[in-house]
Ligand binder design. Structure first.
Ligand code: PLP
Length: 366
């Protein structure tokens, strides 16, 4: 099979090489500070005895797994710490295909591009299922698309790129579809701390043995470079997922897990609330400026991306490059997120220059 380089890297490289000043809104790399306790724990780690520099348990440091289990209200044996949510998704999706229950994955359109990529990597076949105009789940469309061939349904809430926060009853509806066709449901909750509606509920609350929840600390602690995530699997899937994790990685990074474990215990809700408030302000300011620009956009209920559409300027790679060169703003082409938002461009609000970017866009499209 041929592996495609993720388009994110292509756009970032293009923006980096541009002549002029470019506001980078391509990928979801937070620009804010991690929790103070995380920096402290990292410094402390450097002073530990060399035994602490050796392999951690493959499934993750016990204290981190316990802390995750307590927060998520699940048995600790169900938790495997992974190299980011990315690996957690890979392990979870692999479980779905390993059961001889079909080879199809139903993915919601627009889609986070790594899901179809991973599906193909694992020998599965992705099918895109439409969502509602605002990005919320269309349970009937999923029911219609599901068949005996369906091994897996992947959901992401709060959603990248639409910003939709799925209501738990819709997620329950999807789990019922999965039960009917013997599929697993992977719910990627990496943006769970970025819910501006106050309505987000984890799929774990459904208590279903069909559901694998994945998440991580890349976004919530602003540490995409640390690579610490986790999967919470039903009992029967936990051991095989841990075995795959061990065979692929041996283990994850011990210092990163140590720092995250400390920060998880020491960081109060204020840190997360402040980050959320800052992003909510950015969303307000950016969308107000888009109004000025006469652009259509979706106002995110969660996560930190805004999809915008400019009249007569579809979200192709060529147009995104034009915006970099001619307007000094870099986003992601809508065409990279499946078929539903080909006309749109996604902007990640991970820069204090978001408003400046929107003003540049307004001027460009004047
Ligand atoms: C929906 C979604 N899942 C997973 C990831 C990857 O997260 P991690 O850095 O924890 O691997 C991202 C990163 O942007 C994402 O948007």
């Amino acid at each position: 099979m041929e592996y495609e380089e993720p388009k994110f890297f292509h756009v970032m490289e293009y923006a980096d090489a541009a002549d002029g000043d470019v506001v980078d809104m391509v990928s979801g790399n937070p620009d804010w500070e991690p929790p103070a306790a995380l920096r402290e724990a990292l410094s402390e780690y450097a002073t530990l005895r060399s035994a602490a520099f050796q392999y951690p348990p493959s499934e993750g440091l016990r204290e981190l797994r316990e802390s995750i289990a307590a927060r998520r209200n699940v048995d600790v044996d169900r938790v495997v710490v992974t190299n980011g949510t990315g690996e957690a998704n890979y392990l979870a999706m692999a479980r779905a295909f390993e059961r001889d229950a079909g080879s199809e994955a139903l993915l919601m359109d627009p889609v986070y591009p790594y899901y179809p990529g991973k599906t193909e990597l694992l020998g599965g076949e992705p099918t895109l299922v439409p969502t509602e105009w605002d990005g919320s789940l269309d349970v009937d469309a999923v029911r219609e698309a599901a068949s005996e061939e369906t091994a897996l349904i992947v959901l992401n809430t709060p959603n990248n790129p639409t910003g939709a926060v799925y209501d738990i009853e819709s997620v329950r509806g999807i789990v019922e579809v999965a039960e009917a066709v013997d599929a697993l449901v992977v719910v990627d909750e990496v943006y769970d701390h970025f819910d501006y509606t106050g309505t987000f509920e984890s799929a774990l609350t459904l208590g279903s043995d069909r559901v694998i929840v994945t998440s991580g600390f890349s976004k919530s602690m602003a540490i995409t470079g640390f690579r610490v995530g986790y999967a919470i699997l039903p009992d029967e899937h936990a051991f095989p997922a841990k075995a795959r994790h061990m065979l692929v990685n041996v283990a994850g990074s011990r210092p990163a897990q140590y720092a995250v474990a400390d920060a998880l215990e020491a960081t109060d809700t204020e840190y997360y609330a402040e980050t959320r408030d800052r992003l909510a302000e950015r969303i307000d300011a950016f969308t107000a400026a888009l109004d000025e620009a006469g652009a259509a956009y979706t106002r995110p209920e969660g996560a930190f991306y805004v999809l915008a559409r400019f009249e007569g300027f579809p979200g192709t790679m060529a147009n995104v490059k034009r915006l970099i060169d001619e307007a000094g703003v870099a986003g992601m082409p809508g065409e990279t997120f499946g078929t539903a938002r080909e006309e749109w461009i996604r902007f990640a609000l991970v820069t204090p220059r978001a408003v400046e970017a929107a003003e540049r866009l307004a001027e460009y499209f004047e």
